[in-house]
Write a new protein. Structure first.
Length: 614
């Protein structure tokens, strides 16, 4: 939530900030702003809307400077408007600050600072930080870095901040707690500060991940110094970035979401690469090697996640229970953290997150960790906060996911969960030789089958055109495909703003069936497998009430074809792997409906890609 980019170097500061903000726009697009120092003056430009609105806003202004900060906002405190846009200024206008996170105790600090003569211009929590730092610097007569350190000792909440001062035009100061901040180190004393590494990939591969409670002081002449909130300095640990520019571009597709849907044969393959070994008949997950025995002995696994990652976790529950015979509880991270859950040292907590930054998931991990549980992460973003706080884990390797609606991250998460469940099942002896080898081969064949599913796009688009004006939709599935129904409904509602609900197919008759009439599209996952006949009965029940059935069926199915209004065929696969195939036509249908409705597919209203606030 909110994207931060800052730069000190040469006169390219403005283009670097703007390009960086464009890359980070998926984190929030309520407003955008930049502040640059040039010729001893601080120049501030900010406005409601997207980065393109900011560019129009500054149109004609010279935008010079070799040091600057930029921000793209997802509103928390105060509506999206020009004054609430970041950067925020101190009363004198000398200091400018950008922030990602929430300052929870901002109200009393604001009152106090107002009494002390500071002039507040916005409704944001952020603004207290810039006034507080300014106040401390004046009253304590300390330098800016020390004022930042003292100020942060008195705020409660989450933050990644960067600030600059007109009086010290060669200095950027940054700090983080619970919100991400990456430092890029370029040539000739050039430095970048960014919420994630995507804005800097074309400039440098050398990065330092700022840790919680750390303050970075970047001086044009002295370079980077890092200290903690207790004023202890440390040597920066420079890492090499593994990210390529092509992964951040649309590559000829109209939207990132469509590109990411089509990338799935590759991203699923990448999730398995070096892990699934057909020749040796084994699954090796290096990142959890030390915890294999713990899994084998585990009395239960608790999954914590949000949104799409929670849906993947639900598929994980079915996989772990079926293949490894370990009881699994799947928890919304936001509920788990606030309800005093029973967690002990024998528990394994599996934290699933594409971004690795989701605040609720992070807090759930901290709670479980404090109670002695072993925390295993499944994250996509390498070096993300969640990946770094977990004891062990497996990256999904899906590559950057930029569309706000999660697609390839979901299938990569399910792939990693399938690998984990299979590996543990084999080690535990709950997955016997022939079944293990068959599943290994089936999983290996999934990328090819996904390619085949993607060839049905024209047909899916035809169906999308018929239902694009629906106001409600139901999604039904059973067993492994119940989470697919939930995920299908989430995809439709978040990008096309059509109200949609996912249900276990059999639950329909306990209430939702009352909604069905001739206007209601009902998407049903009705593939051949354990629940096939039951789902066919559910389809009959919908048809009897004149609902419109769009069914995802196994290739060659004739029974459902005779009942449904439309069918989309997918290749045959074992029940436990069907989510990897059945989710894809549902992603495509949501995408095409949203495009036909004129919605902003990659940046749906009110949403942001990584939710770093509660
Ligand atoms: O980065 P995370 O996987 O932790 O994000 C969790 C949810 O915010 C995310 O999956 C969200 O539901 C997606 N926008 C859904 O498409």
């Amino acid at each position: 939530m909110c994207g931060i980019v800052a730069y000190v170097g040469d006169e390219r500061a403005y283009p670097i900030l703007i390009n960086g903000l464009r890359r980070l726009e998926y984190r929030g697009y309520d407003s955008a702003g930049v502040a640059l120092i040039h010729d001893g003056e601080l120049h501030l430009h900010k406005c409601q809307g997207k980065v393109s609105d900011l560019e129009n806003h500054v149109n004609g202004a010279p935008m010079l400077g070799t040091i600057g900060i930029g921000h793209t906002r997802w509103a928390t405190h105060g509506p999206p408007n020009d004054v609430n846009a970041h950067p925020h200024l101190s009363t004198s206008g000398d200091i400018a600050l950008i922030h990602n996170g929430i300052i929870e105790n901002y109200a009393p600090i604001k009152e106090e600072l107002k009494h002390r003569g500071h002039v507040f211009r916005s409704d944001t929590d952020t603004e207290v930080l810039v006034h507080l730092i300014d106040d401390i610097q004046r009253t304590e007569k300390v330098d800016l870095a020390e004022a930042v350190r003292l100020a942060l000792n008195s705020v409660v909440g989450a933050y990644a901040i960067v600030l600059l001062s007109r009086k010290e035009p060669d200095l950027l100061i940054a700090a983080r707690k619970s919100s991400p901040l990456v430092i890029g180190i370029g040539d000739n004393g050039e430095h970048f500060l960014v919420s994630d590494a995507t804005p800097i990939v074309e400039y440098t591969k050398n990065v330092v991940y700022l840790e919680d409670g750390e303050i970075a002081v970047i001086d044009r002449k002295r370079g980077l110094r890092i200290k903690n909130i207790k004023n202890q300095y440390k040597t920066p640990f420079i890492q090499e970035l593994e990210l390529h520019l092509e992964a951040l571009e649309k590559g000829g597709y109209d939207h990132f979401m469509l590109k990411e849907i089509h990338e799935q044969p590759r991203s699923i393959r990448d999730s398995m690469r070096g892990r699934l070994n057909l020749a040796k008949g084994e699954v090796v997950l290096g990142g959890i090697k030390d915890y294999e025995q713990k899994f084998v002995n585990a009395k239960r696994v608790v999954v914590v996640a949000c949104g799409t990652s929670w849906h993947a976790g639900l598929v994980g529950e079915y996989l772990f229970e079926d293949l490894a015979r370990i009881p699994v509880e799947v928890e919304y991270a936001s509920e788990f953290r606030y309800r005093n859950p029973i967690i002990n040292e024998d528990d394994i907590v599996l934290a699933i997150s594409q971004s690795g930054e989701t605040a609720d998931t992070m807090a759930a991990i901290e709670l479980a960790k404090s109670r002695g549980a072993t925390i295993i992460g499944i994250c996509n973003v390498v070096g993300s906060s969640i990946a770094r706080v977990t004891h062990g884990g497996s990256y999904t390797h899906a590559g950057p996911e930029i569309g706000v609606a999660s697609t390839k991250a979901f299938t990569a998460q399910v792939t990693v969960l399938a690998l984990m469940a299979m590996m543990i099942g084999q080690k535990k002896g709950t997955l016997t030789g022939s079944k293990f080898y068959r599943l290994l081969n089936e999983l290996d064949a999934i990328p090819g089958k996904v390619e085949k599913v993607l060839t049905s796009e024209a047909h899916v688009k035809y169906i999308a055109d018929i239902y694009k004006n629906a106001t409600n939709a139901l999604y039904l599935g059973r067993g492994f495909c119940f989470p697919v129904a939930l995920e299908g409904a989430l995809k439709l509602k978040e990008i096309s703003y059509i109200h949609a609900e996912g249900y276990p197919a059999a639950e329909m008759k306990h209430g939702p069936i009352a909604l069905i009439d001739e206007e209601m599209p009902v998407f049903v996952i009705a593939t051949k497998g354990a629940s096939y006949e039951k789902v066919v009965s559910n389809i009959q029940e919908v048809k009897a009430r004149k609902g419109k059935i769009i069914a995802i069926v196994t290739e060659g199915d004739t029974v459902v074809k005779g009942l449904a209004d439309h069918v989309i065929e997918i290749p045959d696969a074992p029940d436990c792997l069907v989510p990897l195939l059945a989710s894809i036509p549902l992603q495509l249908i949501s995408y095409h409906i949203a495009v036909m409705r004129g919605c902003n597919v990659d940046q749906p209203r009110n949403l942001a890609k990584s939710v770093t606030v509660e």
